[in-house]
Design a protein around this ligand. Sequence first.
Ligand SMILES: NC(=O)c1ccc[n+]([C@@H]2O[C@H](COP(=O)([O-])OP(=O)(O)OC[C@H]3O[C@@H](n4cnc5c(N)ncnc54)[C@H](O)[C@@H]3O)[C@@H](O)[C@H]2O)c1
Length: 323
Amino acid sequence: MAWLITGGAGYIGAHVTRVMNGAGEQVVALDDLSAGHAGRLPQGVPLVHGSYLDGALLGRVCAEHGVTGVVHLAARKQVAESVAQPERYYRENVGGLVTLLEAVAEAGVGRMLFSSSAAVYGNPDVDLITEDTPCVPVNPYGETKLAGEWLVRAAGRAHGIATACLRYFNAAGAAAPELADTGVSTIVPMVFDRLTRDEAPRVFGDDHPTPDGTCVRDYLHVADLADAHLAAARRLPRPDASGDLTLNIGRGEGVSVRELLAAIGEATGDRRPPVVEARRPGDAPRAVASAGRAAAELGRRARRGVPEMVSSAWRGWQAHHGS
Ligand SMILES: NC(=O)c1ccc[n+]([C@@H]2O[C@H](COP(=O)([O-])OP(=O)(O)OC[C@H]3O[C@@H](n4cnc5c(N)ncnc54)[C@H](O)[C@@H]3O)[C@@H](O)[C@H]2O)c1
């Protein structure tokens, strides 16, 4: 009875691995280490160094470790890269998922959690995005996540696998410095990167139709996100009782870029004013989750706020960058 965690050495995957392992679940991580770090894994958690695009490897891992559940986090995840390299995104995020699902069905795995994204919604003009808001992705990354959801649900129905599609909003923070996000593709590390290089943070547009003119997003502490995975894993019906759970994983609270920068200023002590640049094409003014369904289904809400997200992320940044 083990959970296979693909992308288990990644930023979110390592938090999920740690929470599930700490809660007494048996876990095995699979990661090709293209973006992950083996050092993020807790002592005693086995790491299989390889790709989920390798069906034969998946078959061996499932058999050797007695895998009965899968948390599939590994993916390519950068919007701009997906626009430049759509074939690669479809090949890995969708084609690779076909390979994974074939292996999962063959091994008789009964439960699967899939890392989806708020990107499946595109830019809906609503105050709070519910799970019933139409999905109209606006880039290949979001398209592959939506196609992934369809595939996961269809395979679940066909093979009696209980599935959950978790649509994450904006993950930030770190449960421990060594687990921090080391990439600079999301706003918090992106701002740290600017500050570390003695440059002012950038704001893309301050004329959006929002209270302070900057974009509003739903930031969620990665430790809360990891807790939601454990709750979802335990909420899924027993193996063989197929059924899907599709949930937004956010806090349901909008935070503007200016508000986030103010919190970063508090955490870092660097309060230099940002430079305002042109809006980026395709940026939605507001994307905030309705978090009610997840609270009802999982019996929990996010506990940690923005100050804790940015201060923990800053400790992680300093640990990695030695400042
Ligand atoms: N970070 C966010 O705010 C966010 C928001 C929405 C959705 N997501 C989704 O969450 C998941 C995890 O994101 P993250 O931020 O932790 O990214 P990450 O890049 O830190 O983690 C992904 C991990 O998968 C591994 N990986 C990539 N391709 C692989 C392959 N073919 N085989 C095995 N391992 C492979 C990487 O080495 C890395 O460790 C992704 O599916 C992403 O789309 C993230």
